[in-house]
Ligand binder design. Structure first.
Ligand SMILES: *Cc1c(COP(=O)(O)O)cnc(C)c1O
Length: 373
């Protein structure tokens, strides 16, 4: 059989089956009833140093709900890290707010806090940071700018469950954290997400809007225009099992990264991921950048790897390069030059928590061959 090493695989060998069958047997299948939802919310919030967790259908809906809870809407501006899954920007678009892309740091690929202040106007209402590829954003300068200008801070933690900044968990540093539990994230519920916060009022408003804003006195006298963003008890059952081994997954990710780094650190044409002194990087994906002459050869190198059975993904295309937004004159490539440049030279390697040492060796050698061909 031809070799195939995937970029990621879900790690489902634990209590997932038992918990899902239990939920099924109890007929607790919806997002309304069942003990797994509360258990997952409380467990994951506590794990993330937060007092409240609101489970939702995806990372995208967690982000949308965060903006709804903070009443960010038309006429407001939101500063957003330009390099991300476009879901971060779509959430802003759902609210008819204006997204303002912020360029990234060369080494972490995260939002550069030094570039925030110049983009602030009287209409700026919030900042969305993205802890990309598992590495936390340098939060102290972000929080200082937010405090000075009275802005909300939303953390997109979809790739960084369990990452810490100066010892504090991501998702607990701003006003609201937004997590995804899509199949390839650090832990998964298939599809799913969670909003985390230490603010009880924001938690309550999010909880209400998540579930059609049903009335408190008469259920069917709704208190607002609500949404159905409820996670099902079946998904939460998977989540509870996954939460039980989150540190195991992270340990595997950190080992994976250390192995690749040990094998690839001599390669001049590769810039490897970093871990800043303030960070616990959970290495969602092992993301590298091509340097020098190799920088213009990404497509060729990825094709070579594909032929060797090594799956890869190109780096995210930042907001300022997305045609749908450029055509509407909302942005242009020059808005974030660092992100525009790195978008064409970066990619990530197979980073599954289940990858074997043998396969990592194969990937590292295959990549070196491709670089030197
Ligand atoms: C995956 C991801 C999302 C979207 O989450 P879904 O669960 O797929 O909706 C948002 N932001 C980032 C940074 C992501 O990686």
């Amino acid at each position: 059989m031809k070799k195939h090493i995937p970029v990621s695989e879900p790690y489902l060998d634990g209590a997932e089956k038992e918990f899902v069958l239990d939920a099924l047997e109890k007929k607790a299948i919806s997002g309304f009833f069942g003990e797994y939802i509360t258990r997952f919310e409380e467990g994951f919030a506590a794990y993330s140093d937060c007092s409240h967790g609101v489970a939702v259908t995806s990372g995208t809906t967690a982000l949308h709900l965060a903006l709804l809870a903070l009443r960010v809407g038309a006429g407001d501006e939101v500063l957003v890290a330009t390099t991300t899954n476009m879901a971060t920007f779509f959430a802003v678009a759902y609210q008819n707010a204006k997204a303002v892309p912020i360029d990234i740091e060369e080494d972490t690929f995260n939002l550069d806090p030094a570039k925030l202040e110049a983009k602030i106007t009287p209409r700026t209402k919030a900042i969305i940071v993205v802890h990309l590829f598992g590495h936390p954003v340098d939060m102290d300068p972000v929080l200082a700018v937010a405090k000075k200008h009275n802005l909300f801070v939303i953390e997109d933690c979809a790739e960084a469950h369990g990452a810490t900044y100066k010892g504090r968990k991501v998702g607990s540093l701003g006003h609201i954290g937004c997590f995804s539990f899509y199949a390839n994230k650090i832990i998964t519920t298939g599809e799913g997400g969670m909003l985390t916060t230490n603010d009880p009022a924001l938690a309550e408003r999010s909880r209400s809007l998540r579930s059609l804003a049903f009335g408190k006195v008469n259920k069917f006298m709704h208190s607002d225009i609500g949404y159905n963003y409820r996670m099902t008890n079946l998904q939460a059952a998977v989540g509870c099992a996954q939460l039980g081994k989150i540190e195991d997954v992270i340990a595997r990710k950190i080992k994976m990264a250390a192995f690749y780094t040990s094998r690839l650190s001599g390669e001049k044409s590769l810039r490897l991921p970093v871990t800043k002194p303030y960070a616990r990087n959970v290495y969602w994906m092992y993301h590298v950048n091509l340097e020098g002459k190799a920088a213009s050869r990404r497509d060729e190198i990825l094709k070579d790897l594909r032929e060797q059975g090594i799956e890869t993904r190109e780096g995210f295309i930042p907001y300022n390069l997305q045609e749908i937004f450029i055509k509407d004159k909302l942005t242009s490539p020059g808005d974030c030059p660092v992100a525009a440049r790195l978008a064409t030279t970066s990619f990530y390697l197979p980073s599954s928590p289940l990858i074997t040492v043998e396969d990592m060796e194969y990937v590292a050698n295959g990549l070196k061959d491709a670089l030197n061909r």
